[in-house]
Design a protein around this ligand. Structure first.
Ligand code: SAM
Length: 187
């Protein structure tokens, strides 16, 4: 998001273990991540790891009027940055909440099924147990026709993701710092 990149990098650097990044995702990667979404349909989209909102902003721009975006960010400073700068309306809710507790949030919001999980979470920074919790919960809520889209900077967690999502398509985005891998996963 314009004007927030520097603030994101500063916070990301300070909280490296939590953010797993030093710069925001590039517009090319964001475009690639969102390329599989059919925005014409009414959708429930859950975004994990909002950061400064580069992905969120594009999701909001393309979201249909009957769709819903539930966006999560755990870092307080980044949550506030996103809240102050994103064009949030009645289709969108932003939560300072951990992705590992996504089930509690979705239950509170009365959401039983999700069409897309869009994640920039740093899986390589998480413990085995936390990744297991996250994958199990996403599998539970993801519609059979839905997709989990995940960007990563290394293929390290590919085998782990494959254990939960038998169908994973991989795409490389060179125009990202560092070059990124996007996983498109379905059950
Ligand atoms: C690699 S950054 C990506 C930020 C932004 N979406 C982008 O694409 O530039 C990952 C983000 O996930 C957030 N995060 C890390 N662990 C989280 C968790 N358990 N729940 C929610 N957000 C988390 C970090 O604070 C950080 O903002």
């Amino acid at each position: 998001m314009k004007g927030t990149k520097k603030q994101f990098s500063k916070e990301a650097f300070k909280s490296m273990r939590q953010t797993g990044a030093i710069t925001a995702t590039s517009k090319y990667s964001v475009r690639k991540m969102l390329s599989v979404i059919d925005f014409q349909k009414p959708l429930v989209i859950v975004e994990l790891g909002v950061g400064n909102g580069v992905v969120t902003e594009k999701l909001i721009k393309r979201l249909g009027k009957d769709s819903r975006l539930i966006a999560l960010e755990i870092n307080e400073n980044l949550y506030n940055l996103a809240k102050d700068n994103l064009p949030i309306d009645e289709r969108v809710s932003l939560h300072r909440h951990s992705a590992f507790e996504i089930d509690n949030l979705l239950d509170d919001l009365g959401v039983g099924e999700v069409d897309y999980f869009i994640s920039t979470l740093p899986l390589t920074m998480f413990s085995k147990e936390d990744n297991k919790r996250l994958m199990t919960k996403m599998c539970y809520y993801l519609k059979p026709s839905g997709k989990y889209v995940q960007i990563q900077y290394s293929p390290l967690k590919y085998p782990m993701v494959r254990r939960y999502f038998p169908n994973v398509k991989v795409s490389l985005v060179l125009a990202n710092i560092p070059p990124a891998i996007v996983y498109f996963c379905s059950v």
